[in-house]
Design a binder for this molecule. Structure first.
Ligand SMILES: NC(=O)c1ccc[n+]([C@@H]2O[C@H](COP(=O)([O-])OP(=O)(O)OC[C@H]3O[C@@H](n4cnc5c(N)ncnc54)[C@H](O)[C@@H]3O)[C@@H](O)[C@H]2O)c1
Length: 277
């Protein structure tokens, strides 16, 4: 298989592909031969992505809608089936964020982030997975964030991305042996989302070459292709020009055995563990 036909014959759904990382992924995937369903809540930008793909000789359709609506997610996946009779890859890219310390966020913002980042990701997958299982193949690529590990003023957004990471690990286990793989990327790329974050923090910064969304696009396309047939349940970090695997959170071993449980013995054990770090 050569580099330019790695996705030939594959049908992909990419959410939030009207701009930012999703748009670059969509263009690259189409360039590698995939048929792409370009979702975005903003119809104009979805159409622009499709126009750019077609100009370059690729194949795509726009599908405008809000992934926080579970009924819409079903229509989105079925649109891919209606066009190509299959769905080979789903890129759960659409997402948004609100910044601020925990006590400054309002309930509506919290609900919107959960509805789009967590439930939108889950609903798209819930409709794609039965189709993929029936075909005995498929690749789901979620988009998480470094904020899942905790970043000041991004706790709520980070929590939604922590949920995306947890779903990635859990779905990969659920689907073991089915031919369907689930992985995630954790990008760092110059987009309007990063511009909004910098504005919030009062940072005046120029786009940096190592934050090129193309790096994420290449990684997502690799995960969508059969070249990653051996990769499942991984979160791949793309930042500062480097790829790394993200370690799954788990208890640090060895722990401390506590024979006689009391607040005093717990205090002593925690002290011992922290001192040993
Ligand atoms: N840019 C980064 O460095 C970075 C870092 C970590 C994670 N991410 C994640 O990458 C993904 C893409 O981010 P981006 O930086 O390209 O952002 P972006 O804001 O540039 O693009 C996001 C796109 O998603 C669309 N969208 C938003 N809500 C939607 C909804 N309900 N239904 C359908 N489409 C919707 C928007 O209209 C937009 O076109 C997000 O999930 C984000 O959380 C980005």
């Amino acid at each position: 298989m050569n580099r330019t036909d790695s996705l030939t014959g594959k049908a992909m759904v990419i959410t939030g592909a009207g701009r930012g990382i999703g748009a670059v992924v969509a263009q690259r995937a189409a360039g590698l031969g995939a048929f792409v369903v370009v979702n975005d809540i903003d119809a104009d930008v979805a159409s622009e992505t499709v126009a750019r793909i077609e100009e370059l000789g690729g194949s795509a359709i726009a599908h405008c809608g809000d992934i926080s609506d579970p009924n819409y997610c079903e229509r989105l996946i079925e649109a891919c089936i209606a066009e190509r009779g299959q769905i080979d890859a789903l890129v759960n890219n659409a997402g948004l964020f609100r910044m601020g310390p925990a006590w400054d966020l309002n309930p509506a913002d919290l609900q919107t982030m959960i509805a789009v980042n967590v439930l939108g990701t889950a609903h798209c997958a819930m409709h794609a997975i039965p189709r993929m299982r029936a075909a005995g193949k498929g690749s789901i690529i979620n988009v998480t964030s470094g904020a899942a590990s905790g970043i000041a003023e991004m706790s709520a957004y980070g929590a939604t991305k922590g949920a995306v990471s947890s779903m990635t690990y859990g779905w990969a286990l659920d689907l073991t042996g089915s031919g369907v793989r689930v992985n995630a990327v954790s990008p760092n790329a110059t987009t309007r989302m990063v511009a909004a974050m910098q504005e919030f923090k009062g940072i005046q910064d120029q786009p940096r070459p190592f934050q090129d969304p193309q790096h994420t696009a290449e990684t997502v396309c690799f995960l969508a292709s059969d070249r990653s047939a051996h990769v499942n349940g991984q979160i791949i970090r793309i930042a500062s020009g480097q790829l790394s695997l993200v370690a799954q959170p788990k208890p640090i071993q060895p722990g401390v055995s506590v024979a006689d449980w009391s607040i005093d013995t717990v205090a002593q054990a925690v002290q011992e563990l922290i001192a040993g770090q």
